[in-house]
Ligand binder design. Structure first.
Ligand code: NAI
Length: 251
């Protein structure tokens, strides 16, 4: 079976990906700052918001990793600096550290959001940030180009989608490792309520009328698992909405 590293494994979508991957016979190594709710064979407790925390986690990961699922994330109710570190800068740093351990045919999956759908409006800015190499240089760039607290969640999900798009092909050609995003709409997880605080009740209500219901975590996990599988071996550099059609109603 494959060896799959899953960040954000202790809750929500990450926990579901771990369950599904194990069911399919993979060896799962979960990474989270919180202990996992179910006992796990491979678990690394780590704070993915700092370079030190990420490097300490990487030191405990296996020498060969077939897939990396970047699922850990914080909502926009968290401080914008933490949102930048966990949802974008740290994700990039972890991925760069793990990439050399992923053999040809391996896969990286990043969890973005339907809230990152407006990336074309700020494409140049996000491309500029994607070109900045390294966590600390990225943090400095953000000091010079500050992101408002109110929109930081959307901003860094957009930035993630753009980085995924521009970085993936270079890596695929060089290493044979694919990288893709999934962009969930609302999902029944503990942070669902934070989106009401972030977006306001009116927006959430309007969205609610445009879809049957929020997703169950397994409905997102199954697409992530597919992107990790060999069945998706020619899918690279894309962002797949998993939102019950919600994004299509924004047209
Ligand atoms: P969740 O809150 O249930 O799970 C997130 C996990 O990430 C938690 O276990 C948490 O401990 C971990 N985490 C957060 N900061 C960390 C850090 N500094 N170091 C290590 N682990 C850390 O949330 P959910 O819903 O499962 O979210 C997973 C991903 O899906 C996130 O990236 C989120 O932005 C994204 N997403 C969620 C949606 C939703 O409606 N729930 C919608 C669209 C995207």
């Amino acid at each position: 079976g494959k060896t799959i590293v899953v960040t954000g494994v202790s809750s929500g979508i990450g926990a579901e990906v771990a369950r599904l991957a194990r069911f399919e016979g993979a060896q799962v190594i979960g990474v989270d700052r919180n202990d996992a709710s179910i006992s796990m064979e491979g678990f690394v407790k780590a704070d993915l918001s700092t370079v030190a925390g990420i490097d300490a986690a990487v030191a405990q990961l296996p020498a060969q990793i077939d897939a990396l699922c970047n699922i850990a994330g914080v909502p926009g109710t968290a401080d914008r600096d933490l949102v930048a570190r966990v949802n974008y800068l740290g994700l990039r740093h972890l991925t760069e550290q793990v990439l050399p351990r992923i053999p040809r045919g391996g896969s990286i999956v990043n969890v973005a959001s339907i809230l990152g759908a407006e990336w074309p409006l700020r494409l140049d800015v996000h491309k500029a940030l994607a070109a900045v190499q390294g966590f600390d240089a990225g943090a400095k760039w953000l000091e010079k180009n500050p992101v408002p607290q109110e929109t930081c969640y959307q901003y860094f999900k957009e930035a993630l989608i753009v980085w995924n798009t521009v970085q993936s092909q270079e890596w695929f050609l060089k290493t044979g490792v694919r990288m893709n995003c999934v962009a969930p709409g609302p999902v029944f997880t503990p942070i669902l309520g934070d989106f009401v605080t972030m977006l306001g009740a009116d927006r959430v209500q309007a969205d609610a009328h445009r879809m049957a219901r929020p997703a169950f975590p397994d409905e997102v996990a199954s697409v992530i698992a597919w992107l990790c599988s060999d069945a998706a071996r020619w899918v690279s550099g894309v962002n797949i909405p998993v939102d019950g059609g919600l994004a299509s109603t924004y047209l």
